[in-house]
Design a protein around this ligand. Sequence first.
Ligand SMILES: Nc1ncnc2c1ncn2[C@@H]1O[C@H](COP(=O)(O)OP(=O)(O)O)[C@@H](O)[C@H]1O
Ligand SMILES: [Mg+2]
Length: 244
Amino acid sequence: MSDAIVMNALAKTYPGGQRALNDLTLSVREGEIFGFLGPNGAGKTTTIKILLGLLSATSGDVRVLGGSPADPETRQQVGYLPEVANYYEFMNIRELLRFYGALCGMSAQDIRKRTEEMLELTGLTEHVRKPLKTYSKGMLQRAGIAQSLFHDPDLLILDEPTTGLDPLARIEVREVMRCLREAGKTVFFSSHELSEAETVCDRVGILKEGVLRWCGPTSEVVGTGERNLERVFLDIIGDGENRK
Ligand SMILES: Nc1ncnc2c1ncn2[C@@H]1O[C@H](COP(=O)(O)OP(=O)(O)O)[C@@H](O)[C@H]1O
Ligand SMILES: [Mg+2]
């Protein structure tokens, strides 16, 4: 199996001189759920923006699905849920998806079919009539996932998909991620909370101050008693720093 994402010695220094990433080397395999963990300010969003071609790296190489991130062919195969998403709040979910499908150049027939599939996957079928402004945070996040998946991408990149959600909504988002893995998709998501990774990820990477401090299979560190993932995470990021 090939790699969905390959980052090699990636570095990013912002124009003001802020160094956000330093020598990041990391691969994500096709079909896995990869948790990209680290405290606030670690460089997660910067990495994601580079993977999407929204930001260029200062040095290093990035390949996404075998191509360059900014290449239109690559972009067509990538779905993205931003950290903060804004929706036209007077729309309902069907209207949002129809609007997005039209932007992607899909036919009316494809849009109808895909809308029903996405509503089912995200469990929003019963909420189709409500305007998005009446949605809870969890429902909005699921609506965002439905949108990011609408054009049937192979790789889904989610920036802090469970931040700010209540426990039930978190479980629902994780459930959607599992369904995606079953469908053969690759999921790369960031979180500053380790508990998000433990139950859903095949592998995790832990970033601190722009440096990858640990990377490996979740199973290697979960359930081994004293050295569980939480311990590893806290050791790596340093006590207290994850509570910014
Ligand atoms: N546009 C920007 N200009 C300058 N510095 C930035 C910019 N965006 C992010 N940073 C800095 O880069 C570092 C990493 O930020 P970010 O990638 O947003 O981290 P995370 O998503 O892990 O919270 C932080 O120190 C942040 O202040
Ligand atoms: Mg971020």
